[in-house]
Structures are given as structure tokens and as C-alpha cells.
Design a protein around this ligand. Structure first.
Ligand code: NAD
Length: 655
């Protein structure tokens, strides 16, 4: 490209230029695998400078996705025209970086500070229409992108060239700028790149392009070798690697188009929506007309809200709603290719449902359960075809959350697991294949994390202090706030179920039980770990008293607990349980666990997941904490064999 620009400059016959790309897309950004390697010349900023400084007008003709370095190339051209379906963006912050070839300096020169701050700090892509409105592009092609780009270029011949870097930017009041920065950093929850990117954008109002770019380069290089960027790159690749499950190479999935959903409660409705959104033919059934109507209303409500907020047109809503059929009883599911149940979390209920489904469904139909904790082998054994039974564990809300745990029993057929992966892909979800254990990967780790959080209460912390420490850590919400949101009753039912088999030596905290007994089931009852005034969470003296009373009853002297201690203990609890999951071969790879925690439980992606981070924290240090916990907290907290051996041998999770 550099050579071509030099030719253009020299060749007197050339008066204007169109820069277009062959193939599926305009330049779509850097190859992330190259990041670890030394860059080779010519460097992109130099190529881009040559474009901007060219003596002939250059028009970018954009199709596909002009992202990152590709977007920066387009920004430096003298005019931009895009196909209607094209999109542009600077997604670098998603990898812990800032744009490295002038993006932070040129974008505000085209769209102004406000829009540039938002786009660069979130890494969001914009479609052609919005790009036109913002001034990021000048035209949208109506028919033939290249022809129209050439016409555009001809119009520019003989006119003064508009160089992006020479445009001035309307500044922002210092106080407004500071407020914007604070807002960006708050939303970033500990990720550093968004704030750095915003700071660079603000410079564009005060510094000439060259100086702004020097600052941008400095920041880019510093971030490129940062732990956060390494973690985000790990997250990026892990998200792709999870779908390549060892042992399933070449196994063909079964053909699935017709879906049955049993139960139209919270999860069933969300699951039906997820499938309808992806174009499947869905039929959802309930036990009564009344429950069915409630489910139907819930589904309609989700779609109506999407229309009201402008995310969906009324036509698309109607199309999707038309894909969902409703019925009472399972008899009408006989033509389905896959049936997933989301009925009450009760083994006997699920077993009798599966027995009934077994009698109705044709051979080859996959029977899936959305259970959170139950033993799927026992559900499968209730049928005559346990090899067709699999767990498809969606997260709430099922049409939003990206994670899907695919749980295989010893008897699940390989092509059933492969079908789960295929379905996840069609639903645009991120699948993690695992084996059966109580809570599978995510809820099993979450249970440990919650227990440890409750121990902290008894020892001296209050719910809002634990939540604050973990929100500072980077979780969107602390465990007590999450529990209020989800409802305390689900975990309460599980505790009651497990009570008869619980090891009496196990350290048990009954504060949550007392809250439930008092009717405090979380937000839906107006109070739980917090009280809610107009939807805002507030510390409740009643809970504080309950916590303090519990400490007293256990004979524990309350002491101040630092955020660092809270974070370290929660981390140790998660890493140790994750190691046990690996020891038991519930999953084969550390990356499966990292992906579950990042996509299902809000573990900050800039930390790369608990195991990626554990390598950096040091396994010996974590083992030290785990041993301390085992001594304090007793059964259930013993160090995992895999953690002990890794710490001793120095082998990391990601060698
Ligand atoms: P819910 O109480 O909201 O819905 C259950 C629905 O199933 C009810 O509408 C009920 O009428 C219906 N139902 C019960 N028995 C039935 C039968 N035999 N045939 C047809 N319908 C029947 O419960 P939920 O929160 O949606 O949970 C459902 C399942 O999903 C549970 O196994 C739960 O553990 C699991 N899960 C829940 C969440 C969550 O966050 N709520 C997340 C993941 C998984």
C-alpha cells in the first residue's frame, strides 16, 4: 500500500484514488496472533500518514467491517463511502489496548469529542447509517460501491483536499471532561484501557495530530505488554477454543430444527425466545392453561420491550412470535427434534416428566434438561434412551446470557454432545462441555464463593462490605446483591434438600435461612440482604443485627476485614474448587473454567478468569491461603490435589 501511495504521488496522470478491498471485507484489523511478535516495517501509523499526506484525494470504499487498523486507514483517507451493510469501529479496548495508528486522534476530528469518547472507550461498532449521521463516513453507496466511490473521487479532483488530521476539534470544559472520564472508568470496572483511550481522545482538542499520535503510541505500547491485555487476549482465544472439544472432532451433529420447551416459567420463556430469535420452530408446553398464558405474556413482554426500546422492529417481533407455538401437556411434542425441560428443580418431577417424554418422542429426539444442580444421569436413567439425554444449562435471562453449559453423562452419545455444540453456535452462545457433578462447573464454584462470603459475615464483615470489595475486584455485582436479584428461595430450597446429607462438621452459616424465614426473599419481596427503597439498595440495620447476633452465637469476635482479605479469600475458594473440578475431570482444560466464570458469573475478563489469574498471582500463595481456610473452615475446604501438585512442581495452568 505504501508503494502504491508513492506511485500515486509521482504519477502525474493520476488525479484521484479509490482505496477498496477485495474479498469479504475492508481491512478488518490486526491479526491478534501477531501481537506477541516484534512488528515488522513499514509500521501502520507510517502507512496511514502517507495516505493522509498524499497529494491526490483518496476515497475509502468500505464494505464488510472496517475495524481497528482498518478503521484507522479509512479515517485517514480524504473521504469515505460505505455499503449499507458495512460497519466501522475501534474495538481495541476489548483487548485491553487503545487504537495504535491515530484512531484516538482522527476519530474526534471527524465526529467530535462526545461521540468519539463513547465509541473509543466502549469499542462499539457502528453501522453505515449511524456512521453517516456521526460524520464518520460521508456517503452510503446505493448500488455499486466501487462505481460510486470512483464518482466521488472524480468530484474531488481540483478541490482542496480535506485532511482529517488538519481538522480542529471543539474542546470540552475541564469539568465536563473530568466527569466523562470518571464515567468511563466507572463503567470499565477496573479495566484500564477504556479510561486511557478516553484520555487520548480528549487530547485531540488540544494537541496537533503529531503530538497526539506520539502520546497514543506510548500508551498503546505500554498497554500491549500489560497483564490486562494478555488476559483479554486469553479470553478472546479461550472463547473460541472451548468449542473444539477433544474427542468430538469429526462427530456429526444430529439435524435439529423443531424445538420443544417444557415449562414456561422464567427459564422456559427465555429459552423459547433464544431459539425463536435464532430461527428455530419452537413449541412450549405447560401443565395448565393458566401457567401457559402467564408464560405467553412473559414472552410477549420481552419482545414488546425490545420494540419499545428500538432494538427490534414490530415486524421482526411478529415474525419471531409466530415461530413459537403453545400447548398444554407434552403430547403435541411428538414431532420435535429436541425437547428441553425447564420445570421445577425437583428430581422426582423431572424423572417422571422424562419417563413421559420417553413414551411420546420419536427415536433420535434429544431430551435435554436445564437443571441447575440435579444428577442428570438419574434423569437419563428414567428413560429407555439415556444416550439421548443431555444437560443444556442456560443462564438467566436465557435469551441474553451467552454461556451454555453442555452437561454429558457417562451414557450421553457423542453426537448428542456435538448437537449441543452445533445448537450453541446457531444460538450464538458460548458452550462449555462438562460432566455431571453438583452444580456442574459454574454453580459449583459459585456455591463455594457464596459460602466463603457468608463466613466473612460471621467474622466481621457486613454484606455491603463484601459486595463492595468484589465490585472493586471487577464483578458487576457482589454475591449478596446478586442473591437479592435472583431471589434467596432457590438456594434455600437447595440447602434444605442437602441438609440430611450435610457433613455435621461442615461450617454452616444460617443467616440466609433466617432471612428467608422472615420472608426476605430479595428484591421481589422488597428486602433480602438489603432493603430496597424505590429500587435502590440500602444497608438494613435489621440484617446488620442478624449478622452480629450470628457471630455472637458462634462465639466469634468480630474484627474489621479489609477488601484485600475479602478478595483473596474469595479467589482462593474459587481456584481451589476449580482445581477439584479439573482433578475430577468434570472438564479437561483450565480454559473451560475461565470461560464459564467470565461469561456466566461476571468474572472480569480483564483478569482472564480465575485460573489465568491464578498463574499470575502465584499458585504457592494461593495454596497458602487455601491451607489456612482448610484449617479454619474444615471439611469441604481441603486443598485440591491438583493445586498442591501444581504449586509443588511449578507447572502453571497455562504453561
Ligand atoms: P419457574 O418456577 O419459573 O418455572 C417452572 C415452570 O415449569 C412453571 O411455570 C411450572 O408451571 C412449569 N412446570 C412444572 N412442571 C411441569 C410439567 N410437568 N410440565 C410442564 N410444565 C411444568 O422455574 P425456573 O426458574 O424457570 O427454573 C426452571 C429450571 O431451570 C429449574 O430446573 C432451575 O433449576 C433451572 N434453572 C434456573 C435458573 C434461574 O436463574 N432461575 C437458571 C438456570 C437453570
Amino acid at each position: 500500500m505504501l508503494a502504491a501511495i508513492e506511485d500515486v504521488d509521482r504519477d502525474a496522470r493520476i488525479e484521484a484514488v479509490v482505496l477498496a478491498c477485495a474479498g469479504r471485507t475492508f481491512v478488518a484489523g490486526a491479526d491478534i496472533r501477531e501481537f506477541g511478535q516484534p512488528p515488522r516495517e513499514p509500521h501502520l501509523p507510517d502507512v496511514i500518514d502517507a495516505i493522509e499526506n498524499c497529494s491526490k484525494a483518496i476515497v475509502a470504499a468500505i464494505h464488510g467491517t472496517a475495524l481497528g487498523g482498518g478503521c484507522e486507514i479509512a479515517l485517514a483517507c480524504h473521504a469515505r463511502i460505505a455499503e449499507p451493510g458495512a460497519s466501522l469501529g475501534l474495538p481495541e479496548v476489548k483487548l485491553g489496548l487503545v487504537p495504535g495508528a491515530g484512531g484516538t486522534q482522527r476519530l474526534p476530528r471527524l465526529v467530535g469529542l462526545d461521540a468519539a469518547l463513547e465509541l473509543v472507550s466502549t469499542g462499539r461498532n457502528v453501522k453505515a447509517e449511524e456512521a453517516l449521521r456521526l460524520g464518520l463516513i460521508d456517503r452510503i453507496a446505493t448500488k455499486d460501491l466501487r462505481q460510486e466511490a470512483m464518482g466521488f473521487a472524480r468530484e474531488l479532483i481540483g478541490k482542496p483536499i480535506r485532511r482529517t488530521g488538519k481538522q480542529s476539534v471543539v474542546g470540552m470544559e475541564a469539568s465536563a471532561a473530568a466527569a466523562k472520564l470518571a464515567e468511563v472508568n466507572r463503567k470499565a470496572r477496573g479495566a484500564q484501557a477504556p479510561g486511557k483511550a478516553a484520555e487520548l481522545v480528549l487530547l485531540a482538542a488540544n494537541l496537533p495530530l503529531k503530538d497526539g499520535m506520539a502520546r497514543e503510541r506510548e500508551t498503546f505500547l505500554a498497554l500491549r505488554s500489560s497483564d490486562q491485555s494478555a488476559a483479554l487476549r486469553h479470553a478472546f482465544f479461550a472463547e473460541r477454543e472451548v468449542t473444539r472439544v477433544p474427542g468430538l472432532e469429526g462427530v456429526a451433529p444430529r439435524s435439529v430444527q423443531k424445538i420443544g420447551v417444557v415449562g414456561a416459567g422464567t427459564m422456559g420463556s427465555g429459552i423459547a425466545i433464544a431459539f425463536a430469535d435464532a430461527g428455530f420452530d419452537v413449541r412450549i408446553v405447560e401443565t395448565s392453561e393458566q401457567a401457559l398464558a402467564a408464560g405467553q405474556a412473559r414472552i410477549a413482554d420481552v419482545y414488546d420491550k425490545q420494540v419499545a426500546s428500538g432494538r427490534l422492529t414490530a415486524d421482526v417481533r411478529d415474525e419471531r412470535l409466530a415461530r413459537i407455538g403453545y400447548g398444554v401437556g407434552i403430547d403435541t411434542l411428538s414431532d420435535r427434534d429436541l425437547v428441553i425441560e425447564a420445570v421445577f428443580e425437583d428430581l422426582a418431577v423431572k424423572q417422571s416428566l422424562f419417563r413421559a417424554l420417553d413414551a411420546v418422542l420419536r427415536p433420535g429426539t434429544i431430551l435435554a434438561t436445564n437443571t441447575s444442580y440435579l444428577d442428570i444421569s438419574l434423569i437419563g436413567d428414567a428413560t429407555s434412551r439415556p444416550s439421548d439425554v443431555v444437560g443444556l444449562h442456560f443462564f438467566s435471562p436465557a435469551h441474553v446470557m451467552k454461556l451454555l453449559e453442555i452437561v454429558r453423562t457417562e451414557k450421553t452419545a457423542a453426537d448428542v454432545v456435538a448437537t449441543g455444540l452445533d445448537i450453541a453456535k446457531r444460538l450464538r452462545k458460548i458452550p462449555v462441555v462438562c460432566r455431571v457433578c453438583d452444580g456442574f462447573v459454574g454453580n459449583r464454584i459459585l456455591s463455594r464463593y457464596r459460602l466463603q462470603a457468608e463466613y466473612l459475615l460471621e467474622e466481621g464483615a457486613l454484606p455491603h462490605e463484601v459486595d463492595a470489595a468484589l465490585e472493586t475486584f471487577g464483578f458487576p455485582m457482589g454475591p449478596f446483591a446478586v442473591s437479592d436479584l435472583a431471589g434467596l428461595d432457590i438456594a434455600w430450597a437447595r440447602r434444605k434438600r442437602l441438609a440430611p446429607t450435610r457433613d455435621p462438621r461442615e461450617r454452616y452459616v444460617d443467616i440466609a435461612d433466617r432471612l428467608c424465614e422472615a420472608g426476605r426473599l430479595g428484591r421481589k419481596t422488597g428486602a433480602g440482604w438489603y432493603r430496597y427503597e424505590g429500587g435502590k439498595r440500602e444497608v438494613d440495620p435489621v440484617v446488620t443485627a442478624l449478622v452480629e447476633e450470628s457471630s455472637q452465637r458462634r462465639g466469634l469476635t468480630r474484627r474489621p476485614i479489609s477488601p484485600e482479605e475479602i478478595q483473596a479469600r474469595i479467589r482462593a475458594a474459587m481456584v481451589n474448587e476449580a482445581c477439584k473440578i479439573l482433578d475430577e475431570r468434570i472438564v479437561e482444560r483450565p480454559l473451560d473454567i475461565d470461560v464459564v466464570m467470565m461469561h456466566g458469573y461476571g468474572y472480569p475478563a480483564w483478569r482472564g478468569g480465575p485460573l489465568f489469574e491464578a498463574d499470575r498471582v502465584g499458585l504457592e500463595a494461593i495454596l497458602g491461603q487455601v491451607k489456612e481456610r482448610a484449617a479454619q473452615d474444615g471439611p469441604g475446604w481441603e486443598p485440591a490435589a491438583g493445586l498442591v501438585s501444581r504449586a509443588a512442581s511449578g507447572v502453571r495452568f497455562y504453561p
